[in-house]
Design a protein around this ligand. Structure first.
Ligand SMILES: [Zn+2]
Length: 375
């Protein structure tokens, strides 16, 4: 008897959640359509839509076109019913984004600030969070929390940065944060956060590898829409795959790591550290730059093909280089296809959606996702 009761509550909760997610997915939908698509009775749909409406999570949004008879009222999700904040900390910058329930960036601020685990840095971050809220003009009570993305490996409990080459720290705890952040907050690895952002709104993808091509190479493994961290939180450290035996010296102390061939620095070092200039010259047909790019693509294709062989899923290219790679995809796919044992093309490779702030958005989504899952 008891079992049946809890079972019944679960079904009710699940129905409500399915209705909410369908409204978000379809953008505008009528109640009869919801009932039809989900196989739920009309009274149940009406009751749930009403309660979602009362809570300010969905709203009526005009009428839908009809093929005859009465026009149906359209129901839409209220995108700005809640917000979350994402912070991305790098060696020399702090980025802050405010996103809504759809994952869209409503407001953002990026400032130069050299990383140090000091009161001053934590204070600056707290100030930025307050500023981004003030700039957007939203009611702070609608904020679910803050996600902080860090370039390094975090401890199991997510409270300590075990190691970060970028920030040059080991076993760093962030005790100062609680004094300057007024909202619930959590820490996450930057590449994992960016991977989460890229999976958001790609409804058909369940599994993917995210390869981040920034000043270091990293990535994340998303299986069944969840990050696979590995046994030591190092899953997705693709930058240190050995791509060339006894190859170039890597910052990690080993030789021939992917990082030494495919980081954004490999390109930018030819244009005084400026990646935009590199792609400008490439567009203009600079021979020397073209040769550097060819070599880069060759190693990237090898890495991508290896990842495809390991995981047999889509591979998303992101990071600083990912933001420029769109127009070179045909060429890259050609290289990839040449290496592949089973496939004739490289169509499993995709370009990132977020050309900037993917890590900050992903960190913020760590609050949005559970909120939506629990509606
Ligand atoms: Zn290495």
């Amino acid at each position: 008897m008891k079992y049946n009761k809890s079972n019944n509550i679960d079904v009710k909760k699940e129905n409500r959640n399915r209705i909410y997610k369908l409204i978000c997915e379809k953008e505008r939908i009528s109640k009869p359509e919801i009932a039809y698509l989900l196989g739920i009775s009309m009274p149940t749909v009406m009751q749930n839509v009403k309660s979602l409406q009362d809570e300010g999570l969905v709203e009526e949004a005009g009428v839908l076109g009809s093929t005859g008879g009465r026009k149906a009222v359209a129901i839409s999700c209220v995108e700005n019913a809640r917000y979350a904040i994402g912070v991305d900390i790098t060696r020399n910058h702090i980025s802050t984004v405010l996103i809504n329930l759809t994952g869209n960036i409503v407001e953002s601020i990026r400032v130069s600030k050299k990383y140090q685990n000091t009161l001053d840095h934590a204070q600056e971050m707290g100030k930025l969070i307050d500023n981004v809220i003030e700039k957007s003009g939203i009611n702070p009570s609608k904020i679910l929390g803050v996600g902080i993305s860090l370039p390094g490996i975090l401890s199991d409990d997510g409270l300590t940065l075990v190691s970060s080459y970028v920030l040059q720290v080991t076993n760093e705890r962030f005790a100062n944060y609680q004094n300057y952040i007024k909202y619930p907050y959590l820490l996450c690895n930057d590449a994992n956060a960016a991977g989460i952002a890229e999976m958001w709104n790609r409804n058909t993808l369940k599994n993917a590898i995210y390869l981040s091509l920034s000043n270091t190479v990293g990535g994340s493994i998303l299986l069944d829409n969840k990050i696979y961290l590995g046994e030591n939180q190092r899953g997705g450290e693709f930058g240190h795959m050995t791509i060339e035996r006894n190859g170039l010296q890597c910052y990690c102390g080993k030789k021939g790591c992917l990082d030494t061939y495919c980081s954004a620095l490999v390109l930018a070092e030819h244009t005084n550290g400026n990646l935009a200039d590199f792609f400008d010259l490439l567009k203009k047909g600079d021979r020397k730059i073209e040769a550097v790019w060819e070599k880069y693509l060759d190693y990237l294709a090898t890495a991508v093909n290896n990842l495809r062989m390991f995981f047999d899923c889509s591979i998303i290219l992101g990071g600083y280089v990912g933001a420029y790679i769109d127009e070179y995809m045909a060429k890259l796919k050609g290289y990839i296809a040449n290496l592949n044992t089973f496939e004739m093309d490289g169509n499993y490779v995709q370009v990132c959606h977020y050309k900037r702030e993917a890590a900050a958005v992903g960190a913020a989504l760590l609050h949005i996702k559970p909120f939506i899952d629990n509606i």
